[in-house]
Design a protein. Structure first.
Length: 297
């Protein structure tokens, strides 16, 4: 096949993958409960951001669906930071709480890093605590951010080994781009990170066997930037007049990619499934049990 003869990509069904992941997690939760351990996730929401409300509701529902305990703390937008830190301190000390997630963004009077770093790293199921960031970067056992963990699972499912693959991560945020690059590096991919100051993005993209787009711009990555047969993971969630769209021009890219995630129905459902996976992992570790199989990198 030549570069001018387009192919049709396999659709990576993140929704189905996430559903089967949740089924496996549910089975593991049942086994833990038989040993007298009920995993639990506590979500803290400060203020009334409508998007955050939606996320918190679906996190709670899915947590309960897999048989875990779901706790929520809702604080008004003008809550002093000291009060939030005091709540986190209480949750850190509560043995019935296995995972703590503070929904971001926080109101502007709060110092996000200070709040995240107040969470016990062992309960930091978002994997944003500075200790977990450092552990991931140095190859130690960490709690790994949910969205990149979900992307890694989809990539491994498509490709098996990622060793020696040229992987391009577009975006260098702390929650997606940077941890994604760390995970790919850990799997021995050859990783390139691109961002808004990258000058030769199209050329880099044309050499990539794996493209992870986490930019936040609708249809930013063009179809003809994609190497024939590449695996394309679209993290972007952009609300447009045409509904939710990703960072990749899906129709164009699907002609060149070997496999590609849709938006919606690709990476999005994996994020909450991986949050549940992390909660299960945190619970296992807190109880001296081995890490659940296939849920950690
Ligand atoms: P950020 O805004 O924090 O980061 C965006 C990154 O894209 C930055 O590193 C920025 O570069 C880079 N960028 C911006 N413009 C360009 C450009 N022209 N060329 C190359 N790089 C560029 O976003 P997030 O990482 O938080 O999120 C990215 C997307 O993923 C969003 O659409 C978000 O909604 C979505 N998302 C989806 C999740 C899911 O569950 N599916 C979870 C989290 C996020 P620079 O650093 O130089 O500014």
């Amino acid at each position: 096949m030549t570069a001018t003869s387009p192919m049709t990509a396999t659709l990576i069904d993140g929704k189905a993958f996430a559903a089967s992941l949740r089924t496996r997690i549910g089975t593991a939760v049942t086994a833990m409960k038989a040993q007298g351990i009920t995993p639990s996730l506590t979500v803290v929401l400060v203020g009334e951001d409508p998007a955050s409300e939606v996320y918190v509701r679906s996190k709670g529902r899915m947590t309960r669906e897999v048989g875990m305990n779901s706790f929520e703390h809702r604080l008004p937008a003008d809550t002093p930071q000291a009060d939030l830190l005091a709540l986190i301190d209480r949750l850190n000390g509560d043995p019935a709480v296995n995972g703590i997630l503070v929904q971001l963004p926080l109101p502007s009077h709060m110092d996000e890093a200070a709040v995240i770093n107040a969470i016990d790293p062992a309960k930091d199921v978002d994997g944003f605590h500075i200790l977990n960031v450092g552990r991931l970067a140095t190859g130690q056992k960490a709690m790994v951010p949910c969205t990149p963990l979900g992307c890694l699972m989809l990539l491994r499912d498509q490709l098996g080994s990622l060793a020696g693959k040229n992987a391009l991560v577009i975006g260098r945020s702390n929650i997606v781009g940077k941890p994604m690059a760390q995970l790919l590096l850990r799997d021995s991919a050859t990783v390139t990170m691109a961002h808004s100051r990258t000058s030769n993005l199209q050329d880099l993209c044309r050499q990539a066997d794996i493209v992870v787009a986490a930019v936040g711009r609708p249809h930013f990555v063009q179809g003809d930037w994609i190497k024939l047969g590449a695996v394309v993971i679209d993290v972007g969630i952009n609300r447009t007049d045409d509904g939710l769209v990703g960072d990749v021009d899906f129709d164009g890219a699907a002609k060149f990619a070997g496999a590609i995630t849709p938006v919606p129905g690709g990476v999005g459902p994996m994020t909450i499934a991986c949050l549940l996976a992390n909660t299960l992992t945190a619970t296992a570790r807190a109880n001296g049990l081995p890490d659940p199989e296939g849920l950690t990198p």
